[in-house]
Design a protein around this ligand. Structure first.
Ligand code: SF4
Length: 257
């Protein structure tokens, strides 16, 4: 039973007693597995029991992955590959995400030699789907200067820059070692104590700026992007990409210690 079918069985009064504003929102929440049918006090016990048995839970991440896959099936992947810095291989089209190679095969499934999570697979498909073209601009800009960046700037700060600053505060040498292990390149003459450039995707380099802490202020970090970044991923996906990058640094730090 999908959310629409479940909705049809609900009282449709939108009373809100289940904690959701509407019966439709409740049906979606139940389908995601975030609530159970008996949270609606207006369904009798027998009906709630029979509905719970027939609800098909949606895995939202898998659904997003499948939806993008379907869209990409209509695209000319080989033409896209040339533009986004991916390589045509025997298995399909291969692209590097931070330090891991992922291949998009003929069915648009993302495969890799390493264990992969669905978010990495979604990011790879989004990079193909955006299918940016042209070279990089070789000009660093703030996230807000990118298309759609102003709206998502707070999310970048909260989900990526602040957590990265916290990692620098905890273990600046460790973060530096992790960045070296990821082949980040030291960049001189930047407005920071240290700066590294790392390609998260072939056409999406980021500049990581690090300022040491002192008695007054803690260490801090910022991420800058090539001016062309919004041609290769939209602002929301860029936040998502950087979030995964910071999580990777944290995981590598933990493994190292
Ligand atoms: S409690 Fe039941 S009737 Fe009220 S909004 Fe939730 S699902 Fe709808």
């Amino acid at each position: 039973m999908n959310p629409i079918e479940l909705y049809k069985e609900l009282p449709k009064t939108n009373c809100g007693e289940c904690g959701q504003k509407t019966c439709m929102a409740f049906a979606v929440t139940v389908s995601k597995g975030d609530a159970t049918v008996d949270s609606c006090p207006h369904l009798d016990k027998e009906k709630a029991k029979s509905l719970s048995g027939s609800i098909k839970k949606i895995d939202i991440k898998e659904k997003i992955y499948e939806d993008i896959r379907e869209e990409l099936k209509k695209a000319d992947l080989e033409s896209i590959a040339k533009e986004i810095g991916a390589e045509i291989t025997k298995k399909g089209i291969t692209v590097k995400l931070i330090d891991t190679f992922y291949t998009v095969n003929k069915e648009c499934h993302v495969i890799s030699d390493v264990k992969q999570n669905v978010w990495s697979k979604i990011l790879v498909l989004l990079y193909f789907k955006t299918g940016g073209s042209g070279g990089m601009d070789n000009q660093w800009v703030s996230f807000s200067e990118l298309k759609g960046g102003i709206v998502k700037a707070e999310a970048l700060k909260k989900e990526c820059e602040i957590p990265l600053s916290e990692l620098f505060n905890r273990d600046a040498e460790g973060v530096s070692a992790v960045l070296s292990a990821l082949n980040a390149v030291d960049i001189a003459d930047q407005p920071a104590d240290r700066a590294w450039c790392l390609h998260l995707f072939p056409k999406i380099p980021v500049l990581i700026l690090f300022r040491k802490g002192d008695d007054e202020f803690p260490a801090s970090s910022r991420l800058l992007f090539d001016k062309s970044a919004d041609r290769f991923l939209d602002a929301e996906s860029l936040v998502f990409l950087c979030e995964g990058f910071v999580e990777k640094i944290e995981k590598m730090l933990e493994e190292k210690n």
